[in-house]
Design a binder for this molecule. Structure first.
Ligand code: AR6
Length: 177
């Protein structure tokens, strides 16, 4: 495991990091899963900020693979970085590239905000149906590549379920503990 990457189980809304990432949909108007949890925990200022982003920058919605930051409202994090992962299997031969873009653009956004730590959920692997092992390999590869140029960043992967953490570990070849 890369020394700047940490896997944890828990609720991402409680993470004390500069930025937490939201697995949003392109409307940015909230939803189920981690998106619902983030909007509930952060409060209405997140939705207000998302409405502003839509009106000013993305009238047709945030495209898959892109990322945008808002306040984190009442949560301990400073920012929420919203990204839209691909919907599997409809993403076809672009699935891997789109999921990689979600991770890479979220990391770039955190860097622009001068964040030194960021927490990710397992983007696309819930309601959007992306195979968890494949998604883990992509998340880890993009994170490691980013850390080569940004050795000060700390990256956390937060899993709601212990079994999902174990799938990630086995996908990247790490023993569970
Ligand atoms: N903390 C950390 N991880 C969580 C939490 C939490 N509080 N809650 C759920 N997860 P999903 P997607 C995990 O479905 O597949 C929404 O409706 C969950 O166990 O949230 O990208 C959006 O609005 C899973 O491992 O995101 C979109 O419409 C992971 O987060 C759609 O779902 C991602 O699952 C996006 O689907």
């Amino acid at each position: 495991m890369h020394p700047n990457i940490t896997l944890k189980t828990g609720d991402i809304t409680k993470e004390h990091v500069c930025a937490i990432v939201n697995a949003a949909n392109s409307s940015l108007m909230g939803g189920g899963g981690v998106d619902g949890a983030i909007h509930r925990a952060g409060g209405s200022t997140i939705l207000e900020a998302c409405r502003k982003v839509r009106a000013e920058s993305y009238p047709n919605g945030l495209p898959t693979g892109e990322a945008v930051a808002t306040t984190a409202g009442k949560m301990p994090a400073k920012y929420v970085i919203h990204t839209v992962g691909p919907i599997y299997p409809g993403c076809g031969d672009r699935c891997a590239a789109l999921l990689a873009s979600s991770y890479a653009n979220a990391l770039k956004t955190a860097q622009k905000l001068q964040c030194k730590d960021i927490a990710f959920p397992a983007i696309s692997t819930g309601i959007y149906g992306y195979p968890k092992e494949e998604a883990a390999k992509i998340a880890y590869k993009i994170s490691k590549a980013f850390l080569e140029d940004n050795p000060d960043m700390k990256i956390y992967f937060i899993f709601h379920k212990q079994s999902d953490k174990e799938i990630f570990e086995s996908a990247i070849g790490v023993e569970s503990n």
